[in-house]
Design a protein around this ligand. Structure first.
Ligand SMILES: Cc1cc2nc3c(=O)[nH]c(=O)nc-3n(C[C@H](O)[C@H](O)[C@H](O)COP(=O)(O)OP(=O)(O)OC[C@H]3O[C@@H](n4cnc5c(N)ncnc54)[C@H](O)[C@@H]3O)c2cc1C
Ligand code: FES
Length: 317
């Protein structure tokens, strides 16, 4: 049975029933993957032609897909492949600090290095009953991993972080996961939109731009509810010193704050730009903000496949 790979224009001959990710890897097709278990979305491909699964949706997770018929598979961005095999690493909590009235930063020292791309996240296991995904704020070359956690009222895991977690505790980090990582080959402008602790992966992305020596213009819109929810201004000022092409807009939903704009990030973006043609967009934080901004930037000219959205959905377990 044959599968045709776009945009590489290659034909692979594979056995009926083969796993798509295994077939791609066995034939040295550049494809990103991480968890190999359908959780992270990194291996998402589009299947054009041929019946692969029973669903109407052409997008599949290669690691979960078994091929039964000849088909055409479109792999995303073969020049931006990221392969960090997901691992479980033991870390020790070395610091827990208040950033705002309800945001804590936690710093974890890993027992061995963990590889990840800027913008990815990991599952943090504080105890077997307290596990949640959180996004890395730094780079994988840093000695400690930094995360920002907003305490959710009645939240099970954030309640544990606020009340029980202490310096010296062991935290298992499993990852990396996620496909909204920095695209290093892109040279055009970047739109970064962070809502609340969505700033963590966006900081990682901006730090990645600087570490890679990229020169892109970056327009960051950081949306918060009110003045007391703003954090990270010193980090942002330092990043602006290192990368003068970084433009920061802090947008406060209600009330006024010095040097900040008032309203929704979507309104601020729509006001500032007539078109976002040629931009890549990184959108991180609360799901309603990410969904509204995805719609807006698509209407303003960003290609769907160049919108990298990381919505902080509640886990529900
Ligand atoms: C890919 C990914 C990355 C994430 N990265 C981060 C991160 O870097 N920083 C961060 O703070 N969070 C992040 N989150 C969210 C985080 O994983 C938890 O969902 C959040 O911390 C709440 O956990 P909890 O156990 O305290 O709340 P739960 O006990 O699960 O929920 C309690 C109540 O709060 C609601 N709720 C849960 N989460 C939220 C929320 N975010 N906003 C509003 N209401 C909520 C629930 O619907 C429920 O009613 C991420 C989520 C995903 C999927
Ligand atoms: S590698 Fe396929 S979903 Fe994670």
């Amino acid at each position: 049975m044959e599968i045709f790979i776009q945009p590489l224009q290659r034909t692979l001959t594979v056995a009926v029933g083969v796993n798509l990710l295994e077939a791609l890897r066995a034939n040295d097709v550049p494809v990103s993957y991480s968890c190999m278990s359908g959780r992270c979305g990194t291996c998402r491909c589009k299947v054009i032609g041929g019946q692969v699964v029973d669903s109407e949706d052409p997008y599949v997770l290669a690691c979960q897909t078994f091929l039964t018929e000849a088909c055409i598979v479109q792999i995303p961005e073969p020049d931006e492949v990221v392969v960090h095999t997901a691992k479980i690493i033991k870390t020790t909590l070395v610091a827990i600090d208040n950033q705002t009235h309800d945001i804590k930063s936690i710093r974890l020292k890993p027992a061995k290095p963990i590889e990840f791309s800027s913008g990815q996240y990991a599952q943090l296991q504080f105890t077997p009953a307290h596990i949640r995904p959180y996004s890395m704020a730094g780079l994988c070359t840093d000695e400690v991993l930094e995360f920002h956690v907003r305490l959710v009222p009645e939240g099970r895991v954030t309640g544990y972080i606020a009340n029980t977690l202490k310096v010296g505790d062991t935290v298992r980090v499993s990852g990396p996961l996620g496909s909204s990582y920095l695209r290093r080959k892109h040279q055009g402008p970047m739109l970064c939109v962070a809502g609340g602790t969505g700033l963590a992966p966006i900081l990682s992305i901006i730090r990645g731009v600087i570490a890679e020596g990229m020169k892109n213009d970056i327009h960051l819109y950081f949306g918060v509810r009110s003045e007391r929810d703003i954090y990270g201004q010193e980090w942002l000022a330092e990043l602006q010193r290192q990368h003068p092409q970084l433009h920061v807009h802090i947008v406060v939903t209600s009330g006024q704050a010095p040097g900040c704009r008032t309203g929704l990030v979507t309104d601020a973006i729509a006001k500032d730009w007539a078109s976002l043609d040629g931009f890549r967009a990184y959108l991180c934080g609360a799901p309603p903000m990410v969904e509204a901004t995805t719609l807006l930037v698509r209407q303003m000219g960003v290609l769907s496949e160049q919108i990298y959205a990381d919505a902080f959905y509640a886990s529900g377990t």
